[in-house]
Each structure stands twice: as structure tokens, then as C-alpha cells.
Design a protein around this ligand. Structure first.
Ligand code: ADP
Length: 546
């Protein structure tokens, strides 16, 4: 069955109560019909007995009269036997009839009449028998002939006939009633049976549907039970797995706890180390300050006697103290040169110390590159001329400016150019290029790049970073003794460039040449005007050559 039968509680109770009510009604009707029929049958039987008793009474009265007639004819007492028996039977008959009459008033009235007439008849018979016994036969016959007996007999017959007729009519009526009750009972039984069958069928259908739906539900329940069992089994497996995972987690938690403890001790150790590092840093800073102070003081202390040495050398060279011979002049020149070299070294060390200690004083402002190049040219041109190196610098638009400390910028450029001069062989070339020019695309750039390109011996690629470290010199032996520095120039130059928010980088190809690129923030553009002066050499660029 597709959809299961669903009976609400009310419907279930209603159907059961309805069926029980119908069955009970049928039972009551059937019981009542059977009871009525039984009563009717009793009444019919009583009617039959009344009729029988009536006929018996008539028969007994007739028998009493026959006994009296026999005695009268024979005067033989033996004939009185039936007479006496009949008289007794009549008494029993009338008693029976009275009992059967019950509360029936009409019948009682008729029985009274009958009893009176039977009494008259029996009185007549007794009188004739008494007269006969007394030998008064004629008187007895006269009573017989008086026809009283016959008339009374007729009356008795008439009364019995009336009673019988009435009883017959009652019998017919009661028999019909009985028939009717039989039919009613029959109809009730048949109807009840049919109704019971219909109800039973209905109930059967309902119960079958209900049973089917219950069976369906049971099947579904079974399927669900199977699913539940599966789910339960899976749950069990998962529980085992979870327990395993839980165990692993607990182990991991234990490990984590251990690691946490280790971490805590590491953190404590780190804190200790940090504190120690901080202390070391503060010591280092303190030491650095002391070093800077020492260097500053020492530089000052060294420069003073060196300047004095220079002054006295000049005095001697001017022959104020007396005339000099040529070897003495040569000695003085060497003393002077060494003193200057020493002085420049001390200045470099002082500069580096100031930069590292953050005590460098910078005066950053917009600086016109054209002016810077011209100033530098005046200082480096003699060196290039001495080595017959072609030196070219660009004719910059005077409005092109960079943000820088003018002196420090010149210091960087001087350092880079003197290096280029130092490490470029005779007949080579050194060229300054500037990527900022007057076209609009370049104008929009925020950084100005100045390249110093030489055709010198070059630097190996793995040394390009190293050369910016303090006191680093590559291939020192290749550099002439007169040209030797201490390896501070590039370190100071890059630190200065970075202090001015720029940078300094190098690219090189050994044997071909080296290019240093100095980048600086672009300054606000000044009033545009033609280059202040024609370059010393060449048409478009300033050139120094030998
Ligand atoms: P210094 O010139 O006093 O030795 P620097 O810091 O200026 O110190 O230079 C460090 C080193 O870098 C130099 O000794 C040299 O080996 C190398 N170097 C610098 N400029 C050039 C260059 N233009 N061509 C080749 N090598 C160079």
C-alpha cells in the first residue's frame, strides 16, 4: 500500500464505539424480539390450554349427566362412579380456567356465569339422584322432564362456546402477533447479521490497511534500524578514531607543553641575551662616542703640529732662514708633500668618524650642477693634464639643480674624479654624464643621476661592493706609491651620498673601464639661463685634456 492509513485517536475511538453501539443495538433488538416472542408463545399456549379446559369442562359436564342418566335408568349405583369422577373433574376444570383467566376481567365474568350454570346443572343432577335414592323416581323424572337440565346444559354450552370463540379469536390474534414478532426477530437477525458482516468487512478493510501501514512502518523502521546500526557502527569507529586522535592530541599537548616550557626558558634566555646585547650596544655606542671623541681630538692634535711643520717648511723654502742648496730644496718638497698627504689622511679619518657618529653637519639646499662641475674642473684639470687624459664634463642647464650640501657634493665628485685619474692610464678618457636634461620627460624625474665614466683598468665584479668598505683597496700593488690612499674615499663618498638621501653605485668591466653613478634628489628648478661660461675645452661639453 502506497500511503499508510493514519487514524487519529478520535477516529479510532469513534469507529470502535460506533461499531460497538450498532452491535449492542442489534443485540438489544434481537433479545427484545426473542423475549417478546417467548411471552407471546406463552400467551398462545395459555389460550390453547383455556380452549382445552373449556372442551374438557363440557365433556365432564356431559359425563356427569351421562352418569346421572344411567343411574336414573338402572337405579344401579355403579353408574354414579363416572358421575362422581366427572363432578371432581369439573371442579378441577373450573379451577384451571380461573387460574388461566388471571387478570382477564371479561373471562372472569364469563367464568362466573359458567360456574353459576354448572352449579345449577350439578344441583339438578344431584337432586334427581337424591330423589332416585329416596325412591321418588317419578319426582326425579319430573325434574328431568321439566327440561331444566337441558336448558341449563344449553346455557353451559353457549357460555363455553362464547369462551371458546373469544379464546379462538384471541388465539388467532396472538398467533398473528407471534408471527409478526417472529418476522421482526428474523428481520433483526438477518439485518443484524448483514450489518455485522458489512461492519466486519469494513473493519477488516480498515484493519488490513492499518496492518499494512503498520507493516510498512515496521519495514521502514527496520531499514532505519539497519541505517542506525550502520551509523552506530561508524560512530563507534569514529569514536575509536577520535579517542586515538585525542590520545595523539594529548601527546602533542604534552610535547607542546614541553616545547612551551623550552620556549619560555628560550624567551628568558633571549631576554637575558637582549639585555646583554642592549648593554653591549650601549657599551659599543659609548665606545664609538669615545672613539669619535678620540679621533676628533687626535685629528685636531695631529693637524696642529702638521700645519706648523708645513708653515716651517714654507719658511725654509722661501730661504728666509738662509739660502738653500738644491738637495735641501728637494727634501723640503718631499717633506711638504708627505705632510699634505698625512693631512688629507687625517681629514678623511675625521670625516668618516663624524659620519659614523652622526655628527656630520650638512647644509642641504638646491645646488646648480653647472657651478659644481666648473668648480671641480678647476681642481682636477691639472691632474688630468699631467696624465694626458681627456676629461669631458657636460654643459648643464644652469637651472638643473640637486638637493645637496654643495661642499660634500664637490668632495664626492673630486674623490671619484681623482680615482678615475689614478686608475686610468695615460691617453685614456674620463667623462661626466648627467641624465637630467631640459626635455620634459626628464623634467618629471625626481632623481638626478651623475655618471663618472673612465676607460681605466676596471674592477672585478665580485669586488664592486667591497670597494665601498672602509680601508679596502683592490690590487694595491698596481697603484703607484705616489697615488696611494688608505681606502677611505669611496666609503666616505657613499656615506655622504646616502646622508643626502641619494646613493652611489659602481659598474665595471675589467680592462675596459669603470662607471660610478651618483644619484641625488632633484632640486626645484631655478630660472633657466644659458650656461654661465663656455666650457674650458670643446663645443658642447667642458673638456680638460693635456
Ligand atoms: P683609495 O683611492 O684611497 O685607495 P678609495 O676608497 O677611493 O680608496 O678606493 C678604494 C679602491 O677602489 C681603490 O684602492 C681601487 O682599488 C678601487 N677603485 C676606486 N676607483 C677606481 C676606478 N675608477 N678604477 C679602478 N679601481 C678603482
Amino acid at each position: 500500500m502506497g500511503a499508510g492509513v493514519r487514524l487519529t485517536n478520535l477516529q479510532r475511538v469513534g469507529s470502535v464505539a460506533g461499531i460497538a453501539g450498532i452491535v449492542m443495538l442489534l443485540g438489544i433488538l434481537t433479545f427484545d424480539g426473542i423475549n417478546s416472542t417467548r411471552n407471546a408463545r406463552k400467551i398462545v399456549a395459555a389460550t390453547h390450554r383455556v380452549i382445552e379446559a373449556t372442551q374438557a369442562t363440557l365433556q365432564d359436564v356431559t359425563s356427569a349427566e351421562a352418569g346421572q342418566r344411567g343411574y336414573m335408568l338402572t337405579n344401579d349405583e355403579r353408574y354414579l362412579g363416572p358421575y362422581h369422577a366427572a363432578v371432581l373433574a369439573i371442579t378441577a376444570d373450573t379451577t384451571t380456567l380461573r387460574q388461566l383467566a388471571g387478570a382477564d376481567a371479561q373471562q372472569r365474568l364469563q367464568l362466573d356465569t359458567l360456574s353459576a350454570r354448572i352449579g345449577v346443572k350439578l344441583g339438578e343432577l344431584a337432586e334427581t339422584i337424591r330423589l332416585g335414592r329416596a325412591g321418588l323416581r317419578d319426582s326425579a323424572l319430573a325434574v328431568v322432564r321439566s327440561n331444566l337440565g337441558n336448558n341449563t346444559m344449553d346455557d353451559i354450552r353457549a357460555t363455553l362456546y362464547t369462551i371458546t370463540n373469544r379464546q379462538q379469536a384471541l388465539l388467532a390474534e396472538r398467533t398473528n402477533g407471534l408471527e409478526r414478532r417472529y418476522r421482526i426477530v428474523e428481520a433483526t437477525v438477518i439485518g443484524g447479521t448483514v450489518a455485522a458482516v458489512v461492519i466486519a468487512l469494513l473493519l477488516n478493510t480498515l484493519l488490513t490497511r492499518f496492518a499494512n501501514s503498520q507493516a510498512d512502518a515496521a519495514r521502514r523502521l527496520d531499514a532505519q534500524n539497519v541505517e542506525l546500526a550502520d551509523a552506530n557502527r561508524m560512530l563507534g569507529e569514529q569514536t575509536v578514531e577520535l579517542e586515538l586522535q585525542n590520545q595523539q592530541l594529548q601527546e602533542q599537548a604534552g610535547e607542546l607543553e614541553m616545547q612551551s616550557e623550552e620556549l619560555t626558558s628560550s624567551v628568558e634566555e633571549l631576554q637575558l641575551q637582549t639585555a646583554m646585547a642592549e648593554e653591549a650596544t650601549s657599551h659599543a655606542e659609548e665606545a664609538n662616542r669615545a672613539k669619535s671623541l678620540f679621533l676628533t681630538t687626535m685629528s685636531h692634535e695631529l693637524r696642529t703640529p702638521l700645519n706648523a711643520i708645513g708653515g716651517y717648511v714654507d719658511l725654509l723654502a722661501l730661504e728666509i732662514r738662509g739660502p738653500l742648496v738644491e738637495p735641501q730644496r728637494e727634501d723640503l718638497r718631499r717633506i711638504k708633500k708627505s705632510g699634505q698627504h698625512l693631512l688629507s689622511l687625517i681629514n678623511d679619518i675625521l670625516n668618516l668618524a663624524k659620519i659614523e657618529s652622526g655628527h656630520l653637519d650638512l647644509h642641504i639646499r638646491d645646488v646648480a650642477l653647472s657651478t659644481v662641475f666648473e668648480n671641480v674642473d678647476a681642481l682636477v684639470a691639472p691632474q688630468f693634464d699631467a696624465k694626458k687624459i681627456i676629461y669631458v664634463y657636460p654643459r648643464c642647464d644652469a637651472s638643473l639643480r640637486v638637493r645637496a650640501d654643495s661642499e660634500k657634493l664637490q668632495q664626492i665628485l673630486l674623490n671619484l674624479l681623482s680615482n678615475a685619474c689614478k686608475f686610468t692610464a695615460e691617453g685614456g678618457s674620463v667623462k661626466i654624464e648627467c641624465d637630467a636634461n631640459s626635455d620634459s620627460a626628464a623634467d618629471s624625474r625626481e632623481v638626478v643621476s651623475i655618471s663618472i665614466r673612465d676607460t681605466g683598468r676596471g674592477i672585478a665584479s665580485d669586488k664592486l661592493e667591497e670597494i665601498f668598505e672602509p680601508f679596502v683597496q683592490i690590487d694595491r700593488h698596481l697603484t703607484g706609491a705616489s697615488q696611494q690612499g688608505v681606502g677611505l674615499g669611496l666609503a666616505i663618498s657613499r656615506d655622504l651620498a646616502r646622508s643626502m638621501f641619494g646613493d652611489l653605485v659602481a659598474t665595471s668591466e675589467p680592462g675596459v673601464g669603470t662607471t660610478f653613478v651618483l644619484s641625488l634628489p632633484r632640486g626645484t628648478r631655478g630660472a633657466s639661463m644659458p650656461p654661465s661660461a663656455e666650457p674650458a675645452r670643446g663645443n658642447s661639453d667642458a673638456v680638460s685634456t693635456s
